[in-house]
Design a protein around this ligand. Structure first.
Ligand code: FAD
Length: 383
């Protein structure tokens, strides 16, 4: 990956934004169990940060994904994975398919205000009956004249209580099998029949709002469909790749900082008349972790290069997602241990990464689903 002065400049802008507009407020937003999405996204839209890879016709910067990746990595300076994930929903999870396959009309209506930060978006795929088995979802969209009537319940939806619209995966037919009967549709949150459940009490990422969303005879025009009818499963699988790369890259800065903050602490902390860093079991372990972090960084950069070159990125993106989920758990757990009792306090940087980072092995496809995909690409199992 070759980085230019433009990449460096974008990285500095995002770092400054993250350190000044997110990090100082994260504690308060954690206590409130929500961050002000419209306010924050508008500030980001004004700085052209929400449409880096989106086309200029919707106000985007039309840059290749290396810039999207630099953006996601520098968001790590916000040190709050709840807000970072919510931003990722807006830039890399709810909008890539709309950008690629949406009609000019619906891009103008939904994508343009998402890029400017006037709209907050959400992606509604998972259901209570199952998240891993996407093909088994039950929400349906039945044709009625020029409209669809949508019925069903979605679960675990990030940004749900603040979203202006949901990029929603629904069954548009009972025929053709579960991989060819689905469509992605936009459902505005202010329509009759849309209701949002209570925010879910979570282990971490408390700044982001996660809630169920219910559709009860919701009428949407068929023109709110993204791409051809029946292609939704494939479009969502494609959209998942940006989501997985985003999740893998946006934790890197926090992983680096877990290690560097732990080194600093272990140099200061004395036990048995010497700084604890002098124990080889500690400094070797930290060197091992940093090596793993750099290996993850290289893997994500390779996945990004493949994406830019138009290759199928599923194999590398799944590996990067798997590795990031596992590594964030390992790094935060090991570093927390070296802080002793201090690591177990709420305010500690490492303990926050420990609880917030746990989602990386679950959201956007679990570790086991990543392994399943990797096995498929390796030809591990007979067809
Ligand atoms: C905080 C949070 C935010 C989220 N945000 C969103 C969002 O914005 N939009 C959205 O659509 N979804 C969202 N999700 C849902 C997320 O994508 C799902 O939780 C995830 O895909 C797992 O689905 P599940 O929870 O139903 O687990 P299940 O599918 O019930 O899985 C349970 C366990 O079984 C394992 N398992 C399942 N199948 C297999 C298999 N074939 N082989 C081996 N193991 C298997 C899983 O890996 C897991 O360990 C969010 C989830 C959380 C927790």
């Amino acid at each position: 990956m070759k980085f230019t002065e433009e990449h460096q400049s974008l990285s500095e802008t995002v770092k400054n934004f993250s350190e000044n507009e997110i990090k100082p407020f994260a504690d308060e937003w954690e206590r409130n169990k929500v961050f002000p999405a419209h306010e924050l996204f508008k500030k980001m839209g004004d700085l052209d940060l929400l449409g880096i890879t989106k086309s200029s016709e919707v106000g985007g910067m039309d840059l290749d994904y290396s810039f999207g990746m630099v953006f996601a990595e520098a968001l790590g300076y916000a040190a709050d994975l709840g807000v970072i994930t919510a931003i990722g929903v807006q830039t890399d999870m709810a909008t890539p398919a709309l950008d690629r396959y949406g009609s000019a009309e619906i891009k103008k209506e939904f994508l343009k205000p998402s890029v400017s930060g006037d709209f907050v978006s959400a992606v509604a795929v998972s259901e209570a009956g199952g998240g891993s088995d996407v093909a088994a979802l039950k929400t349906s969209a039945r044709k009625d004249g020029d409209d669809y009537i949508v019925n069903g319940d979605k679960m675990w939806i990030t940004n749900a209580t603040q979203a202006d619209y949901f990029c929603t995966l629904v069954n548009t037919s009972n025929d053709n099998g579960p991989h060819n009967n689905k469509s992605l549709v936009i459902i505005p949150s202010n329509l009759k029949g849309v209701s949002i459940g209570d925010k879910i009490d979570k282990l971490g990422q408390l700044t982001s709002d996660t809630a169920p969303v219910y559709f009860d005879d919701v009428r949407i025009p068929q023109r709110y469909r993204i791409g051809p009818e029946g292609e939704g499963f494939k479009l969502q699988m494609q959209q998942f790749q940006e989501e997985r790369i985003f999740m893998s890259v946006s934790c890197l800065v926090m992983l680096d900082q877990c290690v560097s903050k732990t080194i600093k602490y272990c140099k200061e902390r004395q036990a048995f008349d010497k700084p604890i860093i002098f124990n080889q079991s500690i400094h070797f372990r930290l060197a091992e972790l940093q090596t793993e972090i750099e290996a993850l960084r290289s893997l994500v950069y390779r996945a990004c290069e493949d994406l830019i070159n138009g290759n199928d990125v599923t194999y590398l993106a799944s590996m990067a997602k798997l590795k990031s989920g596992r590594l964030i758990r390992e790094v935060s757990d090991v570093c927390l241990q070296f802080w002793g009792g201090m690591g177990f306090t709420w305010e500690n940087y490492i303990s926050k990464v420990y609880r917030d980072g746990r989602l990386n092995s679950i959201g956007g496809g679990t570790d086991e689903i990543m392994l399943k995909i990797i096995c498929k690409h390796m030809g591990t199992l007979p067809k």
